[in-house]
Design a protein around this ligand. Structure first.
Ligand code: 4AD
Ligand code: MG
Length: 436
């Protein structure tokens, strides 16, 4: 076993290794040579650095390898770290040992390739600087969500992925052959979470979620990760405050851990800092319609769901996320209860992100009225007997309870400022693609 102590590029860029001999391993990011000198830009998980390979400073065979090695070849290098104002990052390596671990074949990805080609080559494209930064931020977002709930007294609780019921409407269910029968992939953790709040009281989960979305938008995936919470005794007002705290916490964690990644992505960190310490307004759907029709000069009828275009027009009037409550009851999922103070509407909310990122959270108080839910399910053509287990939850010590789900990729896309949700997940699945 080698006893080499490996240096990370960020240590050199932070000036911690100046004039020292260091060993590094990574991949060739760029390379060019002229005569007896090869300029290599090398990357590892922490960054990129220029390495200068001069004939005479190392064995001739190693110099030849350096000259020959194409981008994405994996390498182990040894050299002296020098400050050099002209080099990217202000430092460069003067190479004395150049070992190629794997000579890469000509890399199929070059500049200006179509998004579809990049998706075909996704297994290679995820090495790009942009996606590396996105997935570092995604990792922070996921960690922040776990931390937020655990620090606030929530238990992590798991639900089945194979579920016999719909939660968010039958039209987007993925059917799965289940031995001689059929079942569906989870559209939400929620219904099973509702069974658990009568013992664990406050729970959360983050897991893969499936929707056969027929639309090709920059906001919809067929497989995405949803982070959900459910809590006994909480009402709509309380969970909207939890949701606001959660989003601010996620932002703060990303700002603490990923400033450099946000810069690589060209994101304005000052703007995000401001949002992370702002109050987010709460308005009703009815007020949203008023803003749309009066300030945004739209013509939206009360009762219509807010589509992408309406959400975007509405958000031109806000610079932080906004909570919109009390959508029309008729267009809502069967479990959302009527608001006794405004019976045309439901006790539900969406949180909408600024700058065209749309709905990032959906949630509600949960109906405790079995008769009303039965009626709604029948209207949807559902087999009500499949929901008997769910109705039992209202028959044995039911209490008011509420919950919501965060679209992890929507939050990542918004924080990163990327224009398509597909880049917020490593291997996107959409109506047009489930490969590689
Ligand atoms: O609003 P939704 O459909 O709510 C639910 O599923 C509830 N059962 C959650 C709950 O109360 N526990 O989905 C929640 C969030 C949306 O706000 C959106 O951010 C995201 O999940 N989402 C999607 N993200 C990517 N692609 C899709 N096809 C998505 N559908 C929903
Ligand atoms: Mg929704």
């Amino acid at each position: 076993m080698s006893k080499t102590s490996w240096t990370k590029i960020e240590e050199i860029l932070a000036g911690k290794k100046t004039d020292q001999t260091v060993s590094l391993r990574g991949w060739i990011y760029r390379t060019r040579s002229s005569g007896n000198i090869v300029f290599i830009v090398m990357r590892d998980v922490t960054g990129i650095i220029q390495a200068t390979v001069k004939k005479g400073n190392l064995a001739d065979s190693e110099f030849d390898d350096a000259k020959k090695a194409l981008i994405e070849s994996s390498v182990e290098l040894k050299g002296v770290a020098k400050e050099d104002k002209r080099a990217p990052g202000g430092y460069e390596l003067q190479i004395t040992d150049f070992k190629v671990v794997n000579f890469a074949e000509p890399f199929p990805i070059s500049k200006d390739q179509s998004p579809e080609f990049l998706l075909d080559k996704r297994h290679l494209w995820i090495r790009s600087q942009k996606l590396t930064s996105v997935f570092k931020i995604r990792s922070t977002v996921v960690g922040a969500i776990h931390k937020f709930f655990r620090d606030n007294g929530y238990y992590e609780f798991d639900a089945p992925v194979l579920q016999p019921n719909q939660c968010e409407g039958g039209s987007t269910l993925f059917e799965v052959k289940y031995y001689d029968s059929k079942t569906f992939l989870s559209q939400s953790w929620q219904l099973y979470a509702e069974a658990a709040v009568f013992s664990l009281e406050k729970i959360y989960n983050m897991g893969p979620t499936f929707r056969a979305e027929k639309s090709k938008t920059s906001r919809h995936l067929s497989e995405f990760w949803m982070a959900e919470m459910e809590a006994a005794w909480m009402d709509l007002g309380e969970i909207t405050e939890v949701a606001k705290d959660e989003v601010r916490f996620i932002l703060k964690e990303v700002l603490k851990n990923n400033k450099h990644d946000l810069e690589i992505l060209g994101q304005d960190t000052k703007k995000l800092e401001k949002i992370a310490s702002s109050e987010f307004p709460t308005i009703t759907y009815t007020q949203a319609i008023e803003i749309l029709n009066e300030k945004a000069k739209q013509n939206v009828e009360w009762g219509k769901d807010l589509r992408t275009i309406e959400e975007d027009k509405l958000m031109e009037h806000f610079s932080t996320p906004v909570v919109v409550t009390n959508y029309p009851l008729e267009i809502m999922a069967f479990y959302k209860p009527k608001d006794p103070k405004d019976p045309k509407t439901a006790l539900c909310f969406d949180m909408i992100a600024p700058e065209g990122y749309g709905e990032i959270i959906g949630g509600s108080q949960r109906s405790i009225d079995v008769k009303e839910m039965t009626k709604r399910l029948e209207e949807m053509g559902e087999k009500v007997e499949n929901y008997e287990w769910y109705f039992d939850l209202r028959r044995f010590g039911s209490v008011p309870h509420s919950g919501y789900g965060v679209g992890v990729e929507r939050v990542v896309a918004w924080i990163c400022g990327i224009d398509n949700i597909k880049d917020a997940i490593p291997f996107p699945r959409t109506i047009l693609r489930f490969r590689p």
